[in-house]
Design a protein around this ligand. Structure first.
Ligand code: NI
Length: 187
Protein backbone atom coordinates (compact mmCIF):
# COMPACT_ATOMS: atom_id res chain seq x y z
CA UNK A 1 0.00 0.00 0.00
CA UNK A 2 1.56 3.33 -1.08
CA UNK A 3 1.63 6.51 0.99
CA UNK A 4 -1.18 8.10 -0.97
CA UNK A 5 -3.35 5.03 -0.56
CA UNK A 6 -2.63 4.90 3.16
CA UNK A 7 -3.71 8.52 3.60
CA UNK A 8 -6.82 7.89 1.56
CA UNK A 9 -7.62 4.81 3.57
CA UNK A 10 -7.26 6.73 6.83
CA UNK A 11 -9.64 9.38 5.50
CA UNK A 12 -12.23 6.83 4.39
CA UNK A 13 -12.02 4.74 7.51
CA UNK A 14 -13.74 5.61 10.74
CA UNK A 15 -13.21 3.54 13.92
CA UNK A 16 -16.71 2.06 13.62
CA UNK A 17 -16.17 0.72 10.10
CA UNK A 18 -15.63 -2.95 9.55
CA UNK A 19 -14.28 -4.95 6.70
CA UNK A 20 -16.55 -7.84 5.75
CA UNK A 21 -16.00 -11.06 3.91
CA UNK A 22 -17.63 -10.98 0.48
CA UNK A 23 -20.20 -13.71 -0.17
CA UNK A 24 -19.20 -15.79 -3.21
CA UNK A 25 -21.05 -18.21 -5.50
CA UNK A 26 -22.47 -20.81 -5.00
CA UNK A 27 -23.64 -19.28 -1.67
CA UNK A 28 -27.47 -19.31 -1.80
CA UNK A 29 -27.74 -15.90 -0.11
CA UNK A 30 -26.80 -14.34 -3.46
CA UNK A 31 -30.16 -15.64 -4.78
CA UNK A 32 -32.28 -13.86 -2.13
CA UNK A 33 -34.58 -11.01 -3.11
CA UNK A 34 -33.52 -8.24 -0.70
CA UNK A 35 -36.03 -6.35 1.46
CA UNK A 36 -36.74 -2.62 1.02
CA UNK A 37 -35.06 -0.25 3.49
CA UNK A 38 -37.86 1.11 5.69
CA UNK A 39 -35.91 3.66 7.74
CA UNK A 40 -32.51 5.19 7.14
CA UNK A 41 -31.20 4.88 10.68
CA UNK A 42 -27.82 4.37 12.38
CA UNK A 43 -27.87 0.69 11.40
CA UNK A 44 -28.23 1.56 7.71
CA UNK A 45 -25.51 4.24 7.93
CA UNK A 46 -23.15 1.70 9.53
CA UNK A 47 -24.03 -0.83 6.81
CA UNK A 48 -23.18 1.77 4.14
CA UNK A 49 -19.83 2.54 5.86
CA UNK A 50 -19.01 -1.16 5.94
CA UNK A 51 -19.98 -1.60 2.28
CA UNK A 52 -17.68 1.26 1.25
CA UNK A 53 -14.79 -0.08 3.30
CA UNK A 54 -15.23 -3.60 1.91
CA UNK A 55 -15.73 -2.34 -1.67
CA UNK A 56 -12.61 -0.11 -1.65
CA UNK A 57 -10.49 -2.80 -0.01
CA UNK A 58 -11.50 -5.46 -2.57
CA UNK A 59 -11.07 -3.28 -4.72
CA UNK A 60 -14.33 -2.99 -6.60
CA UNK A 61 -16.55 -0.34 -8.19
CA UNK A 62 -19.89 -1.53 -6.79
CA UNK A 63 -21.07 -3.64 -3.86
CA UNK A 64 -24.61 -4.63 -2.88
CA UNK A 65 -25.54 -5.26 0.78
CA UNK A 66 -26.37 -8.91 0.07
CA UNK A 67 -22.74 -9.40 -1.01
CA UNK A 68 -21.79 -9.00 2.65
CA UNK A 69 -24.79 -11.12 3.66
CA UNK A 70 -27.34 -8.37 4.42
CA UNK A 71 -30.57 -8.73 2.37
CA UNK A 72 -31.44 -5.00 2.17
CA UNK A 73 -32.13 -3.14 -1.06
CA UNK A 74 -29.08 -0.89 -1.23
CA UNK A 75 -25.63 -0.74 -2.79
CA UNK A 76 -22.55 1.45 -2.94
CA UNK A 77 -20.71 2.49 -6.08
CA UNK A 78 -17.65 4.49 -7.09
CA UNK A 79 -16.79 4.72 -10.77
CA UNK A 80 -13.95 7.26 -10.37
CA UNK A 81 -10.75 6.06 -11.99
CA UNK A 82 -8.32 7.87 -9.71
CA UNK A 83 -7.90 6.95 -6.07
CA UNK A 84 -7.27 10.58 -5.04
CA UNK A 85 -10.59 11.61 -6.53
CA UNK A 86 -13.19 9.32 -5.02
CA UNK A 87 -16.86 9.68 -5.94
CA UNK A 88 -18.73 7.52 -3.42
CA UNK A 89 -22.40 6.99 -4.26
CA UNK A 90 -25.14 5.20 -2.33
CA UNK A 91 -28.37 3.91 -3.89
CA UNK A 92 -31.18 2.95 -1.50
CA UNK A 93 -34.36 1.15 -2.67
CA UNK A 94 -33.33 1.67 -6.33
CA UNK A 95 -35.84 0.98 -9.09
CA UNK A 96 -35.38 0.94 -12.84
CA UNK A 97 -38.15 3.13 -14.25
CA UNK A 98 -37.13 3.03 -17.93
CA UNK A 99 -34.76 1.13 -20.21
CA UNK A 100 -33.68 2.01 -23.74
CA UNK A 101 -34.38 -0.25 -26.71
CA UNK A 102 -30.76 0.18 -27.68
CA UNK A 103 -28.36 -2.35 -26.16
CA UNK A 104 -24.70 -2.16 -25.20
CA UNK A 105 -22.16 -4.85 -24.42
CA UNK A 106 -19.64 -4.56 -21.59
CA UNK A 107 -17.23 -7.04 -20.10
CA UNK A 108 -18.52 -7.52 -16.55
CA UNK A 109 -17.02 -8.97 -13.43
CA UNK A 110 -18.31 -9.38 -9.88
CA UNK A 111 -16.67 -9.51 -6.46
CA UNK A 112 -18.89 -12.54 -5.71
CA UNK A 113 -17.43 -14.37 -8.76
CA UNK A 114 -13.78 -13.34 -8.46
CA UNK A 115 -11.50 -13.30 -11.49
CA UNK A 116 -14.24 -14.22 -13.95
CA UNK A 117 -15.14 -11.80 -16.71
CA UNK A 118 -17.62 -12.14 -19.54
CA UNK A 119 -19.37 -9.88 -22.02
CA UNK A 120 -22.96 -9.03 -21.11
CA UNK A 121 -25.55 -7.28 -23.26
CA UNK A 122 -27.96 -4.92 -21.50
CA UNK A 123 -30.02 -1.82 -22.35
CA UNK A 124 -27.49 0.95 -23.05
CA UNK A 125 -29.48 3.58 -21.10
CA UNK A 126 -31.65 3.37 -18.01
CA UNK A 127 -33.54 5.67 -15.69
CA UNK A 128 -33.21 4.81 -12.01
CA UNK A 129 -35.17 6.15 -9.06
CA UNK A 130 -33.55 5.83 -5.61
CA UNK A 131 -33.06 7.39 -2.19
CA UNK A 132 -29.78 8.87 -0.99
CA UNK A 133 -28.44 8.46 2.55
CA UNK A 134 -30.50 11.49 3.68
CA UNK A 135 -33.67 9.84 2.40
CA UNK A 136 -33.99 12.29 -0.49
CA UNK A 137 -35.48 10.85 -3.69
CA UNK A 138 -33.58 11.14 -6.98
CA UNK A 139 -34.16 9.96 -10.53
CA UNK A 140 -31.20 9.80 -12.89
CA UNK A 141 -30.76 8.89 -16.52
CA UNK A 142 -27.61 6.83 -17.00
CA UNK A 143 -25.60 5.58 -19.95
CA UNK A 144 -22.26 3.86 -20.50
CA UNK A 145 -20.49 2.24 -17.56
CA UNK A 146 -22.89 3.82 -15.04
CA UNK A 147 -25.92 2.28 -16.79
CA UNK A 148 -24.26 -1.15 -16.79
CA UNK A 149 -23.19 -0.95 -13.14
CA UNK A 150 -26.62 0.22 -11.99
CA UNK A 151 -28.27 -2.73 -13.75
CA UNK A 152 -25.66 -5.17 -12.39
CA UNK A 153 -26.16 -3.96 -8.79
CA UNK A 154 -29.97 -3.79 -9.03
CA UNK A 155 -29.83 -7.39 -10.29
CA UNK A 156 -27.97 -8.30 -7.07
CA UNK A 157 -30.76 -6.99 -4.83
CA UNK A 158 -33.19 -9.13 -6.86
CA UNK A 159 -31.05 -12.27 -6.50
CA UNK A 160 -29.78 -12.10 -10.08
CA UNK A 161 -26.10 -12.41 -11.11
CA UNK A 162 -24.39 -11.26 -14.30
CA UNK A 163 -23.75 -14.89 -15.24
CA UNK A 164 -27.54 -15.25 -15.60
CA UNK A 165 -27.20 -13.08 -18.71
CA UNK A 166 -24.62 -15.30 -20.45
CA UNK A 167 -25.05 -18.68 -22.15
CA UNK A 168 -26.12 -21.64 -20.00
CA UNK A 169 -23.01 -23.52 -21.08
CA UNK A 170 -20.68 -20.78 -19.79
CA UNK A 171 -22.77 -20.25 -16.65
CA UNK A 172 -22.81 -23.97 -15.74
CA UNK A 173 -19.04 -24.10 -16.28
CA UNK A 174 -18.28 -21.19 -13.92
CA UNK A 175 -20.76 -22.38 -11.24
CA UNK A 176 -19.19 -25.85 -11.35
CA UNK A 177 -15.71 -24.39 -10.96
CA UNK A 178 -16.69 -22.29 -7.91
CA UNK A 179 -18.70 -25.14 -6.35
CA UNK A 180 -15.64 -27.39 -6.59
CA UNK A 181 -13.42 -24.71 -5.05
CA UNK A 182 -15.89 -24.15 -2.18
CA UNK A 183 -15.98 -27.90 -1.44
CA UNK A 184 -12.19 -27.96 -1.31
CA UNK A 185 -12.19 -25.16 1.29
CA UNK A 186 -14.79 -27.04 3.37
CA UNK A 187 -12.85 -30.31 3.29
NI1 NI B 1 -21.57 -8.06 -8.69
Amino acid sequence: MGTRLTALYARLTSPTMALHEIVKIPDKRLRLVSEPVKRIDAGIRKLVDDLFETMYAAPGIGLAAIQIGVPKRLFTMDLSKKEENHEPQVFINPEITWTSEEKATYEEGCLSIPEYYEEVERPSQVKVKYLDLEGKEHEIKAEGLLATCLQHEIDHINGVLFIDHISKLKRDRVIKKFTKAAKKVEA
